[in-house]
Design a protein around this ligand. Sequence first.
Ligand SMILES: Cc1ncc(COP(=O)(O)O)c(C=O)c1O
Ligand SMILES: [Zn+2]
Length: 408
Amino acid sequence: MIAGWRCAVCGTTVDIAQPFAWRCPRATADDPYHVLHVLEVDAGYDLTDDLHGDASNPFLRYGPRLAWWAFARANGMTSDACVALTRELAGDFTVTPFDRSDPLSREVGADVWVKDETGNVAGSHKARHLVTILLHLRAAELLKMLKKRPPLAIASCGNAAIAAATLAARLEWPLDVYVPTWMDDVVGDRLGELGARIHRCERRSGDPAGDPAMLRFREARDRGAIPFTVQGPENASCLDGGRTLGWEIADQAAAAGIGLDRAVVQVGGGALAACVGDALGRTVRLDTVQAEGCAPLADAWDRATAVDQPHRYWSQVMKPWPEPRSAADGILDDETYDWIADFRAMVESGGRPVVAAESDIVRAHELARAAGYDVSATGSAGLAGVLTIADRLHAHERVAVIMSGVER
Ligand SMILES: Cc1ncc(COP(=O)(O)O)c(C=O)c1O
Ligand SMILES: [Zn+2]
């Protein structure tokens, strides 16, 4: 059962019945270093109930394990109403393929299993994170907890922005997307078609260090916009739906009769690895991957070994990467926002951060495409990590990677 949320930094808890529990109540402009994580009191869920019917839709199949669902139920919404709302907003999500890749296994010299997210809603796994925010919002609206719709806001110029615009359009909910000046035209055009309002963010004189798009996004949030974003510290609810990806992998591995040894997951802001690590649990080793041109998580890992309870020293441990650079341009977040959950999953499962050479990022992309995946260099970066550690893998080791993000 989900009791609510607990801040991984200060321990403050928030009851599950509370609407819009995006951030730790103790987070402030001067001390933003807090992040809420789902607080489960026991893991017994009845997922076999006929009510949830369609097992091919993860948001129905795992519905009662989700925090948005627990929030709605705690406020009196019926299970039937939760099912109906899921069908309305998330009806087109399906369990994505998970198969052994023969060519990649041969190349790596271990058993490589691929979770293929390129055919997911909006072309990547990002919509999984965002749809639970939207389900929470719509449930709150139906429960009369929200009288007026504030705009949704996100800082992204990639898969997350396209997923956000795709989902916002389902309710015609206004969305402001804060993007860097160098945004790709293909992405800009798609966002425009989906009805998002695009704000190109130049650095202004007087701006503090950091990504200007992120600064403008935070200003919008402070004016009342809803953080519709895939960064746990900005909106913990994104860490809710992302877990469906890991639950699927676990169930599909079991159905295939294999025990997974390891998952090697690409990291930008860190929410994906946080969710997959949490969902797979301590028996599957989680290794995280960043490119050599942007590896703040590995740096933080080294710094963290010097202190007890690193989560208490956020700004000393997690430092922005000065000049992020890689062909895997979707994982160039200068900070790994969800580093605490990533660390926890790695520590508990015996994993480590892997830093992939740029040559491995490029080679992984070529191999992935040759193996039949219509994936971007960002989306194949987990495989780049596997190439980096290939000589440390046993021949029979079963390694999962996630191919996400179609090549645009
Ligand atoms: C295709 C793809 N894979 C992985 C990631 C990394 O996810 P996260 O930012 O949650 O670490 C992203 C986005 O950043 C992405 O677009
Ligand atoms: Zn806190």
